[in-house]
Design a protein around this ligand. Sequence first.
Ligand SMILES: Nc1ncnc2c1ncn2[C@@H]1O[C@H](COP(=O)(O)OP(=O)(O)OP(=O)(O)O)[C@@H](O)[C@H]1O
Ligand SMILES: [Mg+2]
Length: 337
Amino acid sequence: MTLLQVQDLEVRFYTKDGEVQAVNGISYSLDEGETLGIVGESGCGKSVSTMAMVRLLPEPPAKITGGHVIFEGKDILYLKPSERHQVRGGKIALIFQDPMTSLNPVMTIGDQIGEAVQVNLGLNKEQARQRVIEVLTQVGIPKAEERLGDYPHQFSGGMRQRVMIAMAISCRPKLLIADEPTTSLDVTIQAQIVELVRRLQRELNMAVIWITHDLGVVARIAQRINVMYAGYIIETGPIKRIFKRPSHPYTVGLLGSVPRMDLGTDRELYYVEGAPPDMIRLPEGCPFHPRCQYRTERCLQERPVLAEVEPEHQSACWNVEALLAGRADQPTGKGRA
Ligand SMILES: Nc1ncnc2c1ncn2[C@@H]1O[C@H](COP(=O)(O)OP(=O)(O)OP(=O)(O)O)[C@@H](O)[C@H]1O
Ligand SMILES: [Mg+2]
């Protein structure tokens, strides 16, 4: 069953320097219980594209200039402000790198999670208390009952992350959006949080969108990935296929920095050289062409659209064939690094 359909979503920021083309018409869908990874360099639109769905961007300067976000059959982009709380924090929950973005520092965790479940699940005070204990236990907070009166700062970094996750799942969301939730944590705790979300996802049959620039993390958690560049999805498909057969020069570059799942191929890897584009003045044609060693004349003029490379796997590159054959034989290309 399809849970979410993002159609041609476009987001701009109107700033004094000009119009930031943050998200440029992206489309994808997500099934119930499925996990999608969104990867790409800093500034490519990962956060903005998901925050826009739940109308969490400051508008202005942000403006959603096009598209639809169909969630459980309804376009949630254009809900009345009074209807939005049923979606955000209810059926769609978000977790961030900094737990204090979601937690109120001056409210005990018993009160803040309790309040959320009373509003969203219609529970009375005692039922809410039980529900809070239940979710804190579920995320692995020891002696949950004794911690209801504690404030967020009384928890260690990793535990605070768990509290934030408890808050997020407390209203039984159908979709959890995790925006780099483990970036600031040390590796051991990071692995624990990833495992926790995986377990909760299975237990609750919750769909997850996991945003990260860490392809190692995404390989552990996601079934599919969207690779974003300059506000576009430039490659999408099942994670195993993308690791095995990356079909966009940018993805090949990203994969150069992670351990490969498919040792045994003899394709050469290289790193993504050069800087990400200026989002106010995106290049003509393919947004990746200034950094691409496979570029041809066509790439300077025509923007490639997503096209099938193999079933379920799409890439937006005019020169997929040369790429897959391992030939950077185009005269306008840069040398191999
Ligand atoms: N409030 C804002 N005003 C102007 N531009 C913004 C604002 N917020 C984001 N942007 C721009 O929108 C683009 C997309 O940003 P976004 O935060 O989605 O990137 P990201 O992929 O999440 O990066 P990171 O990995 O660093 O979190 C960037 O070019 C960014 O500079
Ligand atoms: Mg971000």
